[in-house]
Ligand binder design. Structure first.
Ligand SMILES: Cc1cc2nc3c(=O)[nH]c(=O)nc-3n(C[C@H](O)[C@H](O)[C@H](O)COP(=O)(O)OP(=O)(O)OC[C@H]3O[C@@H](n4cnc5c(N)ncnc54)[C@H](O)[C@@H]3O)c2cc1C
Length: 595
């Protein structure tokens, strides 16, 4: 089992050369974020990830969490690691300084979060949900709730959760049935929520639940759902802990992966009703929850990048050590490390190229968020928000779908021992499997992409990115370099496929919605594949100019990896285009009875 070494060189390249860190640090409010500071943060985070979080990852998987009488105990080492995590200020790093956070740009915190997720995905979920809850309260909560809850949630002394799902309400939250009854300045909440990540645990003294429920007179459907903040322990006006609220963890799930993270069934209001406070306007809870969900969606996409990187490191380590078979062309020759066999090379290159493209896309999106938030020009802010909105489902869906393939390839590189738990490769695949499901399945992301992000603005957001891609095509051509020309030809094919599929989608979305929906996931994958290819092409343009510098090896490898992506991954765009434009009828033709 290999440990985790943060790929800080590639992270810095993606931040500086693809996402534009210099532009981000020049934004108002980021004056103190210097390149030296960013490198120092990444170095410290890399140490924490490999020295504190990675060593307890397998233990969390083996031991899991225990639930007894409503109390949940985490695996050995988790509680101590969490104390160190918050004492070192890592929980607060991405949060706003208004409540004790360090307010670092999303681009910087994204790189750090990737390290937490790669070293110990189950552990990292606790911070992810806490920060999502912080964002929801900060944007929509009452002033007194902000003062009461946020400082301790930002520091990590208290953690947060997201309570959406009920047994009859998963992808379709309009079916939420939990109730909220008004009582003085608060509400009494009752109902059962399922699958609540870090819903109960022993790492923090209080847990602040964000809960979706319906008021007595609420309209049916999504327009009748409100959001409430419901603490495990009520909080006195001076911030001290008061009585235990009427909510309990009824049980935790036995699941395929992320065993270190408890997934709780939460029972609210089995007695007098749990006390909760309205967040935002009544019946507008889903809109408020979206603040939290968009944040979480990008972070789950990042989980796809992170867990793939972990699987790649594990596979690479094994491929260098495992000796088997003579090299191709030397029958009877001495056996060699399997990394010498072309097919193992192909698998490793496939993992590496996809991971670098996914990282580039996730970091690029984080930079768009920073610009959307802080750019002085309102037009630029709007433009960057449009691009962020378009990319959010793509990062979530594409990076996580890739992660399933990449972690599976990681097992394949190991041969038989990959299938054996002790090796450690299985855990990455089992952990990765949830990422395409929670925070909205790939199907739900894809519906959001084709509907709200493409059809609604008549393809304007896609056009913005296609314009940027065309500029890269011109740069690839102008460089007069053979390798860049190969990459350019492939990217040209990819952008054409994206253009044609988008035109088809716009022509069919209203007229033939079932056909459009039949191609939604292929369209999401087409977007990811081409946008990732575009960023790899940009990477190659930059790296080509640096192959004789002190950091020549990294840049030579980048050019080769970009060419591999262009030759082996980008051509998949043609198959997606074909499935979208010509394949809808075979998706829908079979009568239900013939399945
Ligand atoms: C480990 C784990 C942790 C979780 N953590 C949390 C948490 O912290 N908080 C929380 O609230 N929830 C959490 N969830 C719940 C998770 O978000 C849901 O499981 C997820 O949203 C899918 O809902 P569902 O399971 O009901 O599946 P369903 O909605 O029943 O979906 C089943 C299938 O139908 C497809 N489908 C459904 N509707 C459509 C549609 N309109 N178009 C196309 N396809 C569709 C889906 O894509 C999927 O393939 C967690 C789940 C798990 C397993």
């Amino acid at each position: 089992m290999t440990t985790y070494v943060a790929p800080t060189r590639d992270m810095l390249f993606a931040m500086n050369d693809l996402a534009g860190l210099a532009e981000i640090t020049a934004l108002p409010g980021n004056d103190e974020v210097t390149p030296d500071l960013v490198e120092a943060i990444l170095d410290e985070a890399a140490k924490f990830a490999s020295e504190v979080l990675a060593p307890i990852n397998a233990q969390g998987d083996r031991q899991g969490c225990q639930c007894k009488d409503g109390e949940v105990t985490t695996a050995d080492g988790f509680k101590a690691a969490y104390s160190k995590f918050i004492e070192s200020g890592w929980n607060a790093m991405p949060a706003s300084p208004d409540f004790g956070g360090q307010g670092l740009p999303s681009l910087v915190s994204t790189a750090v979060l990737e390290m937490w997720k790669a070293s110990n995905m189950a552990f990292s979920l606790c911070q992810m949900l806490t920060l999502g809850a912080v964002a929801a309260i900060a944007h929509h909560g009452r002033e007194q709730d902000k003062q009461l809850y946020l400082p301790k949630m930002v520091s990590g002394e208290w953690t947060g959760t997201m309570n959406l799902t009920e047994s009859q309400a998963g992808s379709d939250l309009s079916a939420v049935r939990s109730k909220a009854r008004p009582e003085g300045d608060h509400y009494r909440i009752s109902g059962t929520k399922i699958f609540i990540t870090w819903g109960e645990h022993d790492m923090a003294e209080n847990i602040i639940h964000m809960v979706l429920a319906r008021l007595p007179d609420a309209p049916e459907g999504t327009k009748g759902i409100s959001l409430f903040v419901v603490p495990k322990f009520l909080v006195n006006a001076d911030g001290s802990l008061g009585e235990r609220n009427d909510l309990i963890c009824a049980s935790i799930e036995h699941k395929m992966g992320i065993h270190g993270s408890p997934t709780a069934v939460m029972a609210f209001g089995e007695n007098e009703g749990a006390i909760g406070y309205l967040v935002g306007e009544a019946n507008r809870g889903l809109a408020c929850m979206f603040t939290m969900m968009n944040h979480a969606r990008l972070n789950v996409g990042l989980e796809g990048v992170a867990i793939s990187e972990r699987a790649y490191q594990q596979a690479l380590g094994y491929a260098r050590e495992r000796v088997q078979s003579s090299p191709i062309g030397s029958p009877g020759g001495a056996p060699v490390a399997i990394i010498r066999h072309p097919d193992v090379r192909r698998m490793l290159m496939n993992m590496k190229a996809r991971i670098e493209a996914m990282r580039a896309l996730a970091y690029f999106t984080a930079a768009q968020m920073d610009k959307a938030h802080s750019h002085p020009d309102p037009d630029e802010r709007r433009k960057r928000q449009t691009i962020t909105d378009l990319l959010t489902p793509v990062v979530k869906g594409w990076c996580t779908e890739n992660a399933i393939d990449i972690t599976s390839t990681g097992i394949q590189v190991h041969g038989g021992v990959g299938f054996i738990e002790e090796t450690g490769a299985c855990q990455h695949m089992r952990d990765a499997r949830i990422t395409t499901i929670y925070e909205g399945t790939t199907g739900i992301q894809a519906n959001d992409l084709i509907g709200r992000k493409v059809a609604r603005d008549k393809g304007a957001a896609v056009k913005l990115l296609l314009d940027e891609m065309n500029a890269t095509l011109a740069a690839l051509d102008a460089a007069g370099d053979k390798e860049l020309r190969v990459i350019g030809e492939s990217l040209q094919g990819g952008t054409l496929a994206l253009e044609q599929a988008t035109e088809w989608l716009l022509a069919n979305y209203d007229r033939n919605p079932a056909s459009a929906a039949a191609g939604a996931v292929p369209y999401l994958k087409l977007c990811g594949t081409v946008m990732g290819g575009w960023l790899m092409a940009r990477a190659a343009v930059v790296a080509t100019t640096r192959v004789s510098t002190a950091d020549a090896d990294f840049h030579r490898a980048k050019v080769v990896t970009a060419r591999f992506y262009a030759e082996h991954v980008l051509p998949e765009a043609q198959a997606y285009r074909q499935a979208i434009v010509n394949g809808a009828s075979s998706v829908l033709a079979l009568e239900e009875s013939l399945f």
